[in-house]
Design a binder for this molecule. Structure first.
Ligand code: BEZ
Ligand code: FE
Length: 277
């Protein structure tokens, strides 16, 4: 047996990293990077790992958006556009029974509008997917995730739920607000050094699964947000911006059991059938 037969290589890794290294060397040469600068860069990346911020770094450098675009067929009008997941998904969110409400009020909760999001989950040909499961995570009216805000119950503004026989769903939440990605760690220092603001437009994250279909991870945005054109992770897609309607009519409020105006937003979801093996 020859010596090379003992070496198990991964061709894909070998091919891609060879190009990564060539590109890196070219940049280091072009900028005449010094030994001290290179060691500082390595120490910085070590810190990013220690703080578990590599996904965040990928997001704010808009690398996650590029990978999303490379991984999903662009602009297919028959399916809902995908978007990046970000680092704030939590495993094992609670199952929410109908009528679905994904939050509890908490001490000191900021003012905001109740929002009902509804739509249908279908296949790309429009046929309903009654077995679909929707998983939501978002910030509330204070602009903070449950993970960052000790006043909120665990898993607040998160939850999984099913759809009905026609693929229809509705859930009650509150209109989210723009917020900043975490800035207290090494990625926050990077943003400051390069002069990039940390804000994201208000959005709701969706993860949808249905048998025989590709899983979809996406986000919904709202018009007139000050950061719609200037998301720090560059993840806004025009196809994912959905109108919000405000309802002030007394009868509608009574039907919903509410005593102040509320908002609605429609978001139909079309999934791509999985490729057959
Ligand atoms: C988010 O939308 O949850 C998010 C995305 C990227 C970085 C931080 C947060
Ligand atoms: Fe988010």
């Amino acid at each position: 047996m020859s010596a090379s037969a003992h070496v198990a290589t991964n061709e894909r890794v070998a091919e891609v990293t060879a190009d990564v290294i060539a590109a890196l060397h070219e940049v280091l040469e072009r900028h005449q990077v010094t030994e001290a600068e290179w060691l500082a860069a390595l120490a910085y990346l070590t810190e990013v790992g220690r703080h578990d911020e590599f996904v965040l770094l990928s997001d704010v450098t808009r690398t996650s958006v590029l990978i999303d675009a490379l991984s999903h067929q662009a602009e297919d009008p028959d399916v809902t556009a995908s978007d990046v997941e970000g680092p704030l998904y939590r495993d094992d969110p609670p199952w929410r029974e109908r009528p679905v409400k994904i939050y509890e009020e908490y001490e000191g909760m900021g003012d905001g509008d109740v929002l009902f999001v509804s739509g249908r989950v279908t296949s790309s040909d429009g046929s309903p997917l009654p077995g679909a499961v929707i998983d939501i995570w978002q910030t509330g009216p204070d602009g903070g995730y449950d993970l960052w805000d000790s006043r909120q119950p665990a898993y607040n503004f998160r939850g999984r739920f099913g759809v009905d026989e026609s693929g229809a769903y509705e859930f009650q939440t509150m209109l989210p607000r723009p917020y900043t990605v975490p800035t207290d760690g090494p990625v926050g220092r990077y943003l400051e050094m390069v002069g990039q603001h940390p804000w994201r437009p208000a959005h709701i994250h969706f993860k949808i699964e249905a048998d025989g279909h590709e899983r979809l991870v996406t986000q919904v945005f709202f018009p007139d947000d000050p950061y719609l054109e200037n998301d720090t992770i560059g993840a806004v897609k025009p196809a994912l911006v959905r109108a919000v309607t405000r309802h002030e009519d007394e009868e509608e409020l009574a039907q919903r059991g509410l005593d102040s105006p509320f908002c609605t937003c429609a978001f139909d979801i079309r999934l791509r059938p999985a490729a057959r093996a």
